[in-house]
Ligand binder design. Sequence first.
Ligand code: PMP
Length: 311
Amino acid sequence: MQHEIWFNGKLIPFEKATVHVLAHVVHYGSSVFEGIRCYRTERGSGVFRLREHLQRLVDSGKIHRMQIPYSIDELEAATVETIVNAGLRSCYIRPVAFRGVGPMGVNPLENPVETFIAVWEWGAYLGSEALENGVDVQVASWHRMAPNTHPSLAKAGGNYLNASLVKMDAVLNGFDEGIMLSVDGYVAEGSGENLFLIRDGVIYTPPTSVSILPGITRDSVITLAREQGLRIEERMITREALYVADELFFTGTAAEITPIRSVDHHPIGEGRRGPITAALQAAFFDVVRRGEDPHGWLTPVPVRETANSAA
Ligand code: PMP
């Protein structure tokens, strides 16, 4: 269903939310964006870590000298308004700020910053049985960008040309996803997911210095793992460490916590979801499905009763 979109301060019909062909973003990829989920929990609907996502959006804009003309409070209220207006109880949320029409050329400083928030219903990104059975991945031939090229702490539209190359190759080669190595050859992340590795009961994840996106699910999993008394370390990971891992999993707003069952046709562990992955998934789903929220990670979304508010 095509829901109304919040565009530059107000909700407008889906068909009216358009961008001019001469907007800077169309030519130069000059957008920053977020992917956020609203969950329908047993205790009502809630947006997962909304303020952290909006803070990352503002930070992404700052890195690219793009001042988003709304405060985090305003963006938070606009997000909730957009979901309630759509009558959705669970959805994916896509806030975007981009450079619009202005002087033509690479320099974006005089182009206006436009902001929109769209919502839609979305299931498990890598397939619903992937959460249980895991996914098959390859190490990508395309690397993550060097830290002095595209800043990886910014979730910027242009960065996803790199991610798309990785994803297309993976799918065309019969895999679900690709894992990128850093410019130095260390494990970085998936095209849209952070990565965790487990060996001998210790959990490892690459540090942000290997040009990964600082994932909010990644941060949540680090917190949940520590709370379970698990040892977790940010550490450089080599490619071959993937092959001999006991368990591997991806994290991301879209992917949630998805086990990886093979890399480059090497089965990982027993070739299915391992026990630590399952325990972390259970802790994560206690928050987003059962609505148990000791960390204050869920922003409540009031229900608007309509005939089609079942989602
Ligand atoms: N890395 C990349 C490249 C991504 O696009 C995403 C998805 N936003 C992630 C990691 C995971 O981040 P998050 O948990 O904040 O969704």
